[in-house]
Structures are given as C-alpha cells and as structure tokens.
Design a protein around this ligand. Structure first.
Ligand code: HMG
Ligand code: MG
Length: 297
C-alpha cells in the first residue's frame, strides 16, 4: 500500500508547553535523533513572541546549530511579518502560519479576532512564497474549542478557504484539545472535498487527550489524507488551550500505519530511543501508548 508522511511537530508543539526548559543543544540533538529515525519533515521551533512562548525563545540558536541534511525539510511557525523575517534570516526550509476556527481561542492564542488575523497572515504567506518557501497553514480548534465548545464545520471551512486563498501549500487541521471522533473527521473532510479542497493538500494534527487520535488518523487515511502530524513520545499541547494534552505520538502513528502495511519510512528503534531520551530530559513520563509496550520489552 502507498505510504504516508509522518510530519514531526515534537520540537515545536512538544516543547512549547513544558515547564522544564531544554537547552538549545538538547533541542538540536532531538532534531538530529528525529532525522536519524527517518523523519523528513520536522517542525523545529516557532518564531513567535518570546513573551508568549518562552520555551522556544531560542529558535535562532537552534536553527544556527542544526546540521541540515538533504531531503529533510526543517520548518517553523510564524505568527506575523516579524516572525517571518526572523525565520528567513535562519534559512528555514518552510514556514507555517496559524489561526483558529473559533474566535475565543484565536484571541487567546494570537491576541486578535479572526477577521483581524487575515490581513496579518496574508502578507506573510505572500512574502514566504516570494522567498520560495513552502507554506503550511494550521486551522486550530477545528473539532472543538476549550472556550466555546463545539465548533461548526462552516467556521472551519471559512478559515481554511481564506488560508488557501492566501496561497498556502498545505493545510493542517488541528484538534487542539483532542476532542475529535472519527465521524467528525469524516464529515469535515467530506465537506472540504465538496468545497474543492484536494485532500492531498490536507494534513491531520491530532492531540490525544481522550485516546481517539489513532482512530481519527485511520478515519482520515480512509478518506484519502496522507500526511499526519505526530510528536515524539506524545509530548505537546498549546499553552493557550487549557485541558489539552499531548499530540498523538509519532510512534503510535507509525504502529498504526506500518501494521496496516502502509509505509512511513521511519525506524521504530530510533524513534523509541529519541522518545526515551526526551522523557529523561523533561523528567516526564511519556504519553505515548508505545512507551508502555517498549517499557515492557
Ligand atoms: P502581541 O502582544 O499582540 O504582539 O502578540 P504585538 O504585535 O502587539 O507586539 C508586542 C511585542 O511583541 C512587540 O515588542 C513586538 O516586537 C513583539 P515590544 O515592541 O513590546 O518590545 N513581537 C515579536 N517578537 C518576536 N517575534 C515575533 C513577534 N511578534 C511580536 N514574531 C503574537 C501577538 C501573535 C506575536 C503573540 O500572540 C504570539 O506570539 N502568539 C503565539 C502563541 C503560540 O505560539 N501558541 C502556540 C502555537 S499554536 C498551536 O500550538 C496549535 C497548533 O499546534 C495546531 C493545533 O494543535 O491546533 C499549531
Ligand atoms: Mg498542536
């Protein structure tokens, strides 16, 4: 069966909510381990306000130190033109802009209404494309908002279409607080297709708060999505989304797909090594299901 791409968000989403700060050297070592494990798309950091996310204030230093490898895309989140300038100065391969489907999470996370966010992001996408960078967009709270509860599909479609109109190459649909169930995933993807959004340009970004992330990934795969965001060890969460736990782990996604005969081009032992190393560094038990199996062996 054809393969899927596991898009690694651990160094960014995984670390942005942690109380233990990793050194820049440790972050670089983490990215190197992830590349060793075969991952070819890695979100390394964020060029956001260091006041908002102090954990990733050293994005420049991490990009300066990391050794690039051919065929590996190292990307970063950028919230505005200042973030893009910083990212371009670091020769990132790709950037990601982000906003939420729900108004309150957008306000809490980036301090703007949705309507006020579009004019901030549009020039960022244009300038990133002019600099020949590929651009990912994120639509957060696509399946539920920590402040507003249910989020209507029409809100998700509206934000997604606006991001595509700006010129993003790929859209990652975020279940920021891990509330989604497979029927919701099917319904949203069906509506996206109906609106003319090709599913080759969609990625799915699940947090695993309620243990539904792998089921959701399977629903997405069945619908035709082939890019899945995971975080090593299942670390992760948005500091401006209370109650959210870690992302679905890269190891659990790998288990799902490889066991179904869908290739991921990643090495389990190396993923586990990286996850174990990270849990020691963060002094934290891993959130992944795989860690329980790996532990028992
Ligand atoms: P603001 O305070 O409204 O910004 O924050 P501002 O434009 O008014 O500027 C205030 C100060 O911040 C100024 O400095 C700016 O220069 C500085 P001062 O003049 O006062 O000294 N500033 C910056 N500094 C460095 N880099 C920048 C930058 N921008 C402004 N890029 C802002 C607005 C968007 C900047 C802020 O709200 C922010 O950084 N938010 C980011 C929050 C965040 O990173 N959240 C987590 C990522 S999203 C997520 O996790 C979801 C996802 O995983 C998908 C899912 O799960 O759904 C992607
Ligand atoms: Mg996330």
């Amino acid at each position: 069966m054809a393969g899927v791409t596991l898009f690694e968000v651990g160094p960014r989403d995984g670390l942005q909510n942690e109380s233990v700060l990793l050194s820049s050297e440790d972050k670089v070592f983490l990215v190197e381990q992830l590349m060793d494990a075969g991952l070819t798309r890695i979100e390394v950091s964020s060029f956001v306000s260091p006041r908002w996310i102090p954990q990733l204030a050293d994005a420049e230093e991490v990009f300066r130190q990391v050794q690039r490898r051919p065929g590996v895309e190292l990307s970063a989140l950028v919230p505005n033109e200042k973030g893009l300038e910083r990212a371009l100065a670091c020769q990132v391969d790709a950037v990601a802009v982000f906003m939420s489907a729900s108004e309150t999470h957008n306000l809490k996370n980036i301090n703007k209404t949705r309507v006020d966010t579009y004019p901030v992001l549009a020039p960022v996408v244009t300038a990133a494309k002019a600099a020949k960078k590929s651009v990912r967009g994120y639509v957060s709270t696509a399946f539920g908002c920590p402040y507003e509860g249910e989020v209507a599909i029409t809100e998700v479609i509206e934000v997604s279409m606006r991001l595509f109109e700006m010129g993003i190459d790929e859209l990652s649909i975020g279940d920021t607080i891990g509330v989604a169930v497979p029927t919701q995933v099917e319904a949203l993807l069906a509506e996206m297709e109906k609106q003319g959004i090709p599913l080759e340009r969609i990625a799915l970004h699940f947090h695993d708060t309620r243990g539904t992330a792998v089921a959701n990934a399977y629903a997405g795969y069945q619908a035709g999505v082939r890019i899945f965001d995971g975080s090593i060890g299942g670390m992760g969460g948005c500091p401006y989304a209370p109650g959210a736990s870690g992302n679905v782990s890269t190891e659990d996604l790998r288990y799902l797909f490889e066991s179904m005969g869908v290739t991921t081009n990643t090495h389990l032992d190396k993923l586990r090594d990286a996850a174990r190393w990270l849990s020691q560094r963060l002094q934290k038990t891993l959130f992944s299901h795989d860690s329980q199996v790996a532990h028992a062996m």
